[in-house]
Design a protein around this ligand. Structure first.
Ligand code: CAA
Length: 393
């Protein structure tokens, strides 16, 4: 992720210092940046001259002290609070007071990190999406300690780099992962329980308009990252749907982290080729016909719950999911399925699982029961943004 973020800034004309303390890790980052820009060049997204200029703007270093002259520092070290805290403690001593300090985290509390620094007001969360140079969204996370000017500055900088930002309060999973990751976990559960085969699941969701299947996406994100997000979600929500499906934990224990380790659900023996790693036999009786509704509707129910509690407005959710993950806009998906049908499916899922997290959202109940559900959905979607819990009444 660090290499991707460096690429985004260098692409936007910034001089970048890429720091990795281990020379081998630095070399991996350099190679990653080179292969990403080569891919962009072959896809016609970058000219050879632009590619060269981009590389000229990046300097590589193994010492954090090299960051002393930077206006903005984006930390992207492993997702372990103590490691991040140690880096921030050192940054405090290296960079001037005006430097904006950003952490790229998907599973840690930005607040906990900020609170341990000498000036928590300048610490902001910036959550990029894989692959960072390609996905247009960055979630910008504020804490109760942030100086408003720091939040504005982070958004202005990222938008000047061509990114779209959404502002999120510091909550497990922020907006996008709190919706995406439970959907991915549910898909992994379908595979683990033998309800459908690997490629069947992925193909069903691609056919439903997703840019890639959920199990291929889990391999792209990295199972260690997903596991960390799920654990944090579960810690905060207590929702059993956020407990990692056991197969995901086994993959991490086995070091099969996905694309970055060469194997996850798929094997990546040669570039561009993903082959079923053959962990589980093909199911004797596949329920793939129930997909994609069985995965999509609970996800859309979560989307409505998020609106209901006032954490994010429909427009923010549409932007987040479509620009962070290139998924269809959730409110388009809901309109396509229809609120009544979605409510019927969600009630069935709830009845079958007795899982409290699957209880239909109040908003879904209201939409489904409205005289004209499609019109009610339209009204919800276009209602002015409010910061407090909303209902349709
Ligand atoms: N700079 C600019 N553009 C680049 C680029 C670069 N370095 N590298 C690739 N591109 C462009 C390509 O030219 C291509 O452009 P067009 O679509 O205009 O042709 C586009 O980016 C896609 O690249 P590819 O051709 O390599 O690949 P693809 O079309 O098969 O798409 C994918 C692959 C981008 C991964 C796509 O399937 C996708 O978006 N999948 C969803 C990924 C997703 O959900 N990411 C978020 C995961 S959650 C996360 O990351 C956060 C977390 O905390 C867990």
């Amino acid at each position: 992720m660090g290499a991707g973020i460096a690429e985004v800034f260098a692409r936007g004309g910034w001089s970048v210092v890429g720091v990795e303390e281990q020379p081998e890790a630095l070399e991996r980052g350099r190679r990653r940046l080179a292969s990403s820009t080569a891919h962009a060049e072959s896809g016609g997204k970058l000219s050879a001259d632009e590619g060269r200029a981009l590389h000229d703007r990046v300097r590589y270093a193994t010492d954090l002290a090299e960051l002393g002259g930077c206006d903005v520092v984006v930390e992207a070290v492993p997702e372990v609070l103590e490691i991040k805290q140690a880096v921030f403690a050192r940054l405090d001593a290296v960079v001037p007071a005006e430097t904006l300090l950003a952490t790229n985290t998907s599973s840690l509390s930005v607040t906990a990190l900020a609170a341990g620094t000498s000036d928590p007001g300048r610490v902001v969360g910036v959550h990029f999406f894989n692959p960072a140079p390609v996905q247009p969204l960055v979630e910008v996370i504020s804490t109760v300690l942030i100086a408003p000017a720091a939040l504005d500055r982070a958004r202005t900088v990222l938008e000047s780099l061509g990114k779209t930002t959404i502002a999120c309060r510091d909550r497990a999973g922020f907006v996008v992962n709190a919706l995406l990751v439970p959907y991915l976990n549910a898909a992994a559960g379908w595979y683990e329980r033998g309800q459908a085969g690997l490629e069947e699941i992925d193909q069903a969701m691609v056919d439903a308009g997703m840019p890639m299947g959920p199990l291929a996406l889990l391999d792209l994100v990295g199972h260690d990252v997903t596991l960390a997000v799920l654990r944090r979600l579960h810690e905060q929500t207590g929702d059993r749907r956020h407990l990692p499906t056991p197969l995901l934990s086994s993959l991490v224990e086995a070091g099969l982290l996905g694309r970055k380790s060469g194997r996850g659900f798929y094997r990546y023996d040669s570039p561009g080729a993903a082959v079923d790693a053959g962990m589980l036999p093909s199911p004797a009786a596949s329920r793939a016909g129930e997909l994609p509704e069985a995965l999509l509707v609970p996800y859309l129910n979560d989307v409505l719950s998020m609106v209901e509690v006032g954490y994010a407005a429909p427009a923010t959710l549409d932007t987040g999911m479509s620009l962070g993950c290139r998924m269809p806009r959730p409110f388009d998906q809901l309109a396509m399925i229809g609120p009544e049908r979605a409510l019927a499916v969600q009630r069935k899922v709830f009845a079958e699982t007795a899982e409290p997290g699957h209880r239909p959202a109040l908003l879904l109940e209201q939409l489904g029961a409205a005289e004209d559900p499609d019109l009610a959905l339209h009204a919800l979607r276009t209602a002015p943004e409010r910061g407090t819990p909303v209902g349709l009444a």
